[in-house]
Design a binder for this molecule. Sequence first.
Ligand SMILES: *Cc1c(COP(=O)(O)O)cnc(C)c1O
Length: 382
Amino acid sequence: MNEQLISFIRDYFGTSDFIPLHAPVFSGREKDYVVDTIDSTFVSSVGAYVDRFEQDMASYTGAPRAVATVNGTAALHIALRLAGVESGDLVITQPLTFVATCNAIAYCGAEPVFVDVDRHTLGLSPQALETWLEDNAQLDAEGVCRAKADNKAIRACVPMHTFGHPADLDGLVAVCQRWNLNLVEDAAESLGSFYKGRHTGTFGALGTLSFNGNKIMTTGGGGMILAGEELGAHAKHLTTTAKKPHPYEYIHDEVGYNYRLPNLNAALGCAQLEQLESFIEAKRALAAGYEAFFRGGDIEFVKEPAECRSNYWLNAVVCENKAQRDALLKSTNDQGVMTRPIWALMNHLAMYQQCRKGDLHNAEWLEARVVNLPSSVVVKAG
Ligand SMILES: *Cc1c(COP(=O)(O)O)cnc(C)c1O
């Protein structure tokens, strides 16, 4: 089985060399645009590519405003601040995520609360969220959701669209509305993924993207905040040192951040975005190949949820048990085909192990079984 998989992957990628989990592809106008910024001398905090990248991303996602940032973690930090998250607050998220989700919560001085994921979406479960809130929260006289235990405000809820597969957004929106929670989507992995025809990251008050080197498209390092007009304008202000517009005076009206994306990186982003649909097509073709390979076997390929179009950023399988997972990881990596287990759960990390949590049996179950497979864009000839 593992040997057949390795042959399948080597055939598909057409190489006997090392096959990484994910490598970026620069087959468009990247060099032209980057050289253009150098020729113009505007490589840094001012430049036309930043505006263009933001506009292109707003129209692609359908978000009224898109604000470029230095990375996805910074985007999430600002999104949480704009969702009203303050020191001493609680923010609900999933334990099955990349550490950046929790770190952004911690940067606000807030504490993550871990609620279980759904097995089929790998994203935050609306049922688990409702159950945790019924057991542990109440709305106060002003309608603020508070923990029964210590009255701390539960300000926001941050689902993450794992490996590009949309979480159950209808369910999450409904629970968040019932409990007055600000929905902030960590859509770092799901650029190009749609839930019932609408782009992930546009369902809550704010959403965030990442353009790190391993994501579906890259700016080297970079991120984006998706928001409505008003919050988007405030996001732009906060990420650009909160400077009041003026031809020469330096007046800043709040503690801002230097989180803006340099023009050099935005140039790369504009060229990558032009190819995004072709990247997604290639990834979906690879996913279809994996799906056919695993059909009928004892390892389950993770498919896009119903009524969703997933970008299939990272392909994943669920093994029957941990022993099968470990054997798969060992034989592939030993033979130069990179595979990786899913992240250690956030509640197992030293800095988050004291945090509140609900019943996490799906996350624990998946932690022992999920493996990511090579997922780079392959441009098939003919
Ligand atoms: C990549 C990623 C981020 C942001 O990462 P940056 O490297 O800061 O751009 C945030 N959350 C998740 C789930 C991610 O995968």
